[in-house]
Design a protein around this ligand. Sequence first.
Ligand code: MFK
Length: 622
Amino acid sequence: MLVVMAVQVCCRGQRLSLLMLSRSVSHSSVSVREPDSHTHSHTHTPVPFSRSAIGTFFQERPLLTNSFTQDALLQAYLQRHLPEQVQQDLLLFGERLVSEIEALGRQCELTPPVLQRYDAWGRRVDRILTCDAWTRLKHISAQEGLVAAGYERTYGEWSRVYQMSKIYLFAPSAGLYTCPLAMTDGAAKVIESLGVPVREEFKRLTTRDEKRFWTSGQWMTERRGGSDVSSGTETVARRQQDGWFKLYGFKWFTSATDADVTLTLARITDQHGRSTAGSSGLSLFLAKVWDSDGSCNGIEVQRLKDKLGTRQVPTAELLLDGMSAQLLSEEGRGVASIANMLTITRIHNTVCAVGTMRRITHLCREYARKRAAFGKLLKDHALHVQTLSRLEVETRAAFLFAMEVCRLLGREENRSASDRDTLLLRLLTPVAKLYTAKQAVSVVSEGLESFGGQGYIEDTGLPSMLRDAQVLSIWEGTTNVLSLDVLRSIAKSSGSVLQAFFTDVTERLQVAEASAALHPAVTSLHTSLSALKRFAQTAAARPTGALEQSARDLAYSLARIYMGALLVDHAAWENATHTDIYAALRWCDQDLCPVVSRDGAGCYDPQTAVMDTALVYDGLQP
Ligand code: MFK
């Protein structure tokens, strides 16, 4: 009887619930007449796997809703630090993400850019054709002030937090339009900090007017590689009589090559064509990518890169064959000048990494409320929920870290930064970038797994999240390059950045000590901080090689301790919830100071490097 009812209602189109009803009947002890394959049944009993029995729908999809209203930590953080109107703006933005932006981002993934090298008449044009959605995302970025908000400074020292909160929400829906935005923000920062007279460019990079908005590229990587910029940069700049320069070189990786302008490094040559090698020979230039007639400014696009992910972004190899450019930095101060851009793009990278983690955790928990296995919903399987809760802890820690770095940047730009803030910003920018990038890859990977096979299916949109996450630890400085940057910041400040770190963490722990519930976490952080201090005291006396070997573990230790301090700080806030406290406790039950554990295990001893090499090359014939 039940089955007949099911079929009848199924005909009215309510397939899913009825299908479940039908299945529950067949799995129960109620007897169901099996169809006879040898006789044509004239009853309403469905044949297994016939269209009427299976319907067209198999699994519930996780629905994307307003990601602002779903995000308890973001809302609490903003409530703690920023006026109500910011939440209103983000609420509306969250709606726009669902109703408009998400579809545009998906279209960018499905319609990657193409290079049109010649026009129909054989003329070389080198046009990079992007889809309409890419252009639309540019307009939306301007309207929403995704770069502008950082420069309008409406919220004083919290302006960067406001701007980056929007980037954080935007990133997982934006089809990688965050890439040109990061570089645009970085270029604006460089121009502003150098105080150079390129006001028109600055205004266009930071406007909310979509018709005037320009994006910028950041062309640093050449054929010899992208990390060792000082020795890898071969591009030369020839001075022209009008004071401008013509650039000749080969840029091997240029992201978002459809930008309006770009910053790039080159070596100025003397009248004999000679230039200075190394970092001190590099100067920073600003160039328009396109001439007023739409043709390239002395640029040949060799090809678009065929990448694992970020396929939405037109990444190209470019031959600079006399590109007109103007000098932006002092001669020979190129690397130091573009460092401001690196700071900004690394912070964007951090924020986007956290945005991606947040998106996958939201999708996972949504799916777990709908998907049943082994007789109950995934959300009712303790092991599944434990896995998701670990992802949530990672995401929360990363969120607080990203926002703290944004806050420090905002304070510096608002001229309200203390010396400690400035030191912390220098130290924590690479730490946050390198650590959150790794977290994003691991959280997204685990998140995909929680969808089972569906996480591996392209048109769910899930696999592209993993592909796109992988770049976060590669561009803007790999994990090891940034770990060495951390060492460099310590050495250059004679250890002051570490002192600032120790003082800051200690103060945060003092605040959290008042909470009994946080006691285990605070104790663990104190222990780790003391161990790190002892390691730092002995570090100066270690050989350079041993220090380099410890660089990644040191950076991880700084990240974990700082994230722990931020979690307990947030959990000690008067409006914190029991989940805030729980997240802090869970974070602190891991090894917070791997550099000390590994040091104890002899990982940085002199013979270890030899053994590492022997292990890596074991079995390789000379
Ligand atoms: C979602 C996000 C999207 C982002 C999209 C971006 C797409 C674009 C893709 C790319 O372009 S990827 C390529 C990015 N390339 C890098 O990230 C370069 C990685 N390599 C480094 O970071 C090296 O550490 C570096 C090139 C900076 C080393 O160069 P040097 O010449 O050996 O640096 P050196 O001599 O230590 O420092 C030169 C000056 O720069 C010094 O200033 P002073 O001369 O005043 O003393 C340093 O203090 C300064 N400096 C270097 N790194 C700095 C810095 N200042 C502040 N912060 C830093 N991190």
